[in-house]
Design a protein around this ligand. Structure first.
Ligand code: NDP
Ligand code: MG
Length: 391
């Protein structure tokens, strides 16, 4: 039986993980849960899963959680709570959103645990220090992100990475596939949140509409699998059935197919190499199925090239990219800025990037903070000149 810390348990990935864990109680035992402020969901999960530790990010909610958990449960707060929870299980599912997930990634790897990684931002922003922590004996990352989980599965058929010609990350194309820049001028938050195939938290849903999510995933793939950027491509596949592909030097292309259901990659990352017995993503091959593929429109979806450029620059550039994007997405979701402003803010913020060594977590935190300050300034300047569309 594997012990599991489920951190970010109240979100989209977190609640789907609860489904997976409850489906196979003989394989997994939950020892820790964590959320930022959703106390009602967190307490109902604690009542069912009976973890030893419950972490609440917002310290002001400590009393509410302490009074609501089953007797004997330890309640911890903030980053020290996340760090303790990330070091106490066989497998740590990092389902926190954004840069806030970095302490979980670092603590799990430094404690020599398996990190089931949904939180791509921590790997992208903290790459140099995360790679160091990944060398801790016992530490390993198994990706939850569906594309990387697909690549992980395909690579199991390859005994040597020199056989890999390129990785092909699939993208649904998001709600704005096929639109022109003029048509995208006045899209609303509701338009951008209407993802055609996946139901996810708000930040990643907006990232999917700009295709920044795919750009971030290119960096994530480079960091996870060590494949150079000129051998990682993006393919738009609107049906979201093929979750990614690996092209081999002998001309074969390997792919992983299933319905778009995150419970499959969550179960894979928790249980690998043992497969789940529950067919969460099973396809019905008796009904006609059409799979289509096309290149992304890199002129409309400028975030793709911004991400490639930051990835290729390396060092703290991906941290700047990710931080600027978080600020821009936050401003868009708050109705302060247009959708097309997201790429503008990221591009303008990155103009101020200077290469600095990133050897310690402190330098990652400093790079993140500097990028956020600049991005906020860019947003404020734009807000004075641009009227965002109504929701
Ligand atoms: P959500 O916004 O739905 O959930 C985020 C979770 O993180 C919530 O439980 C939230 O708690 C918690 N959280 C946020 N900040 C903190 C903090 N400081 N301390 C403790 N907990 C915190 O996000 P998603 O589930 O959509 O995404 C999570 C991660 O997984 C992201 O990095 C995303 O890119 C990645 N991912 C998501 C996919 C999806 O299908 N949703 C697919 C692939 C990757 P609270 O509810 O209290 O705010
Ligand atoms: Mg993905």
């Amino acid at each position: 039986m594997r012990s599991v810390s489920l951190l970010g348990s109240t979100g989209s990935i977190g609640t789907q993980a609860v489904d997976v864990l409850l489906g196979e109680p003989d394989r997994f035992r939950v020892v820790a849960l964590a959320a930022q402020s959703s106390t009602e969901v967190l307490l109902s999960q604690a009542a069912v899963l009976r973890p030893e530790i419950v972490v609440i990010g917002d310290e002001s909610l400590y009393g509410v959680v302490r009074d609501g958990v089953p007797p004997g449960t330890e309640v911890l707060v903030g980053i020290p709570g996340l760090v303790a929870a990330a070091a106490c299980a066989d497998v740590v599912l990092n389902a926190v959103v954004g840069f806030a997930g970095l302490p979980v990634t670092m603590a799990a790897l430094e404690a020599g645990k398996r990190l089931a990684l949904a939180n791509k931002e921590s790997l992208i922003a903290g790459a140099p220090v995360v790679q160091k922590a990944r060398r801790t004996p016992g530490a390993e990352i198994v990706p939850v992100d569906s594309e990387h989980c697909a690549v992980h599965q395909c690579l199991a058929a390859v005994d040597d990475l020199t056989a890999v010609a390129r990785l092909l990350l699939t993208a649904s194309g998001g709600p704005f596939r096929g639109r022109s820049p003029a048509e995208l001028q006045m899209v609303t938050v509701a338009d951008a949140l209407a993802h055609p195939t996946w139901s996810m938290g708000p930040k990643i849903t907006i990232d999917s509409s700009t295709l920044m999510n795919k750009g971030l995933e290119v960096i994530e793939a480079h960091e996870l699998f060590g494949i150079p950027y000129d051998r990682i491509d993006i393919v738009v596949h609107p049906q979201s059935i093929v979750h990614s592909m690996v092209e081999l030097r002998d001309g074969s292309t390997l792919a992983q197919l299933s319905n778009p259901d995150m419970r499959l990659p969550i179960g894979y990352a928790l249980g690998w190499p043992t497969r789940s017995a529950i067919p969460f993503g099973a396809l019905d091959w008796t009904s006609p199925t059409t799979l289509t593929f096309e290149p992304p429109d890199r002129e409309v979806f400028r975030c793709i090239d911004l991400a490639y450029d930051a990835g290729i620059s390396g060092g703290s550039a991906p941290a700047w990219l990710s931080a600027a994007n978080e600020i821009a997405v936050e401003a868009f979701l708050a109705g302060r800025m247009t959708w097309s402003g997201i790429a503008d803010v990221v591009a303008e913020t990155l103009e101020g990037w200077r290469d600095e060594p990133v050897e310690e977590v402190e330098s990652v935190l400093a790079a993140d903070e500097e990028a956020r300050v600049r991005a906020r300034a860019v947003v404020s300047r734009r807000c004075r000149t641009i009227q965002a569309p109504r929701r």
